[in-house]
Design a protein around this ligand. Structure first.
Ligand SMILES: [Zn+2]
Length: 99
């Protein structure tokens, strides 16, 4: 009686890297909107973007693009909500165009 063949036998000395979300590196990959880094807000997203840019890993290029897009969306929304809309004195602003 011999032991059943095991693909993770003695020959596999290096365990396969568990796939982790390249953004938070804490959990298996998940949608970006569910990522802990995204939930932490723009500051966390920005530092992760900078980290991914430094690493310059081609495998992470797509998620980096997604994260950049999401970051700019989030910061645009935050800016519009927190900053007053500039009101030039001599101009009438059509507010309907902002909606
Ligand atoms: Zn994540």
């Amino acid at each position: 009686m011999t032991a059943p063949q095991n693909v993770n036998g003695p020959q596999a000395t290096i365990p396969p890297q568990p796939a982790l979300c390249p953004v938070c590196r804490l959990k298996p990959p998940h949608p970006l909107l569910n990522c802990g880094v995204v939930k932490l807000g723009p500051m966390a997203m920005k530092s992760t973007i900078e980290q991914l840019e430094r690493e310059n890993n081609p495998a992470h290029r797509q998620i980096l693009d997604q994260l950049r897009t999401l970051y700019s969306n989030v910061t645009n929304i935050a800016r519009r909500m927190s900053a007053p809309i500039p009101m030039p004195l001599n101009e009438v602003i059509d507010l309907t165009s902002l909606q």
